[in-house]
Design a binder for this molecule. Structure first.
Ligand code: GTP
Ligand code: MG
Length: 242
């Protein structure tokens, strides 16, 4: 199952929003926003293509495991393109120039896929098989499962460069993939909600953050025990022979 966090690029809607933003940021620049807006829409279409290509690769791996081992490594996937507003917010927060080149050079999560797996073994088998594919490149790996964050966050983040073939040739485009288990996803959703709850008193916030850290440890234990039952029943992690 793939959950799309928003529908496909609607270039009329995107153009309207971009023109609005351009007028807000540079009302007297005398420039006509036309060209940049078109470039941006074109660029977003490439990110969308990269995201679709990578999710298809993941679906193919998942169905191979289903057919060969009667095991579903992927519980479900979510994918999204960053909105224009969050792209701008991120560029500004990081003090980066606001331009298409700056997006290309600095933002690697414009296209994002979250792969929610049943077990930790699945996280590593799916990500390893994907990373080994010869037509894509691994740009960066952050393993917060081996090295969880201070707050208890766990997930494996990989940034891939995916070739998108347009009339002008191949455009290698980054896609951020977050691999995690159901338990890690369950935890991250609540932690995310807490983080964006701004009307909470400091004490209360700290108390919840501490409880969440305890929850992260408990979930990790539960996951380890359940993984071990699963291995016992189904054998060690399946490795596809060529
Ligand atoms: P930013 O994208 O600017 O955050 O920097 P980065 O690309 O170095 O970040 P990183 O790879 O560490 O994390 C990217 C994404 O992972 C975030 O946008 C979140 O979706 C997710 N993430 C990272 N840390 C946390 C966390 O502590 N809690 C939750 N809920 N999600 C996190
Ligand atoms: Mg990021």
């Amino acid at each position: 199952v793939i959950l799309d966090r928003q529908s496909r690029i609607n270039s009329a809607e995107l153009r309207a929003r971009l023109n609005q933003l351009v007028n807000r940021f540079a009302p007297d620049s005398g420039e006509t926003p036309g060209e940049e807006v078109i470039d941006f829409i074109n660029q977003m279409q490439v990110y969308e293509g990269a995201m679709y290509e990578l999710s298809t690769k993941l679906e193919i791996l998942d169905s191979e495991f289903q057919v060969r081992f009667s095991h579903d490594p992927i519980h479900h996937m979510e994918r999204r393109l960053k909105s224009v507003d969050s792209i701008l917010e991120k560029l500004q927060r990081k003090g980066l120039p606001v331009s298409i080149n700056s997006i290309r050079d600095n933002l690697f999560d414009v296209a994002g896929i979250r792969v929610i797996c049943n077990y930790r073994d699945d996280v590593y088998s799916v990500s390893n098989y994907l990373s080994a594919q010869s037509d894509i490149q691994v740009l960066r790996v952050k393993d917060y499962i081996k090295n969880p964050k201070q707050n208890g966050y766990r997930s494996l983040h990989v940034i891939y460069a995916v070739p998108v073939f347009l009339s002008s040739g191949a455009h290698y485009t980054p896609v951020e993939v977050q691999f995690r288990t159901i338990a890690m996803d369950y935890w991250a959703s609540l932690e995310h909600a807490l983080r964006y709850k701004t009307d909470l008193e400091d004490d209360k916030y700290a108390e919840h953050a501490q409880t969440l850290l305890d929850c992260a440890r408990s979930l990790q234990n539960v996951e380890t025990q359940m993984q071990s039952i699963h291995r016992d029943i189904n054998g060690a992690p399946q490795v596809a022979e060529p």
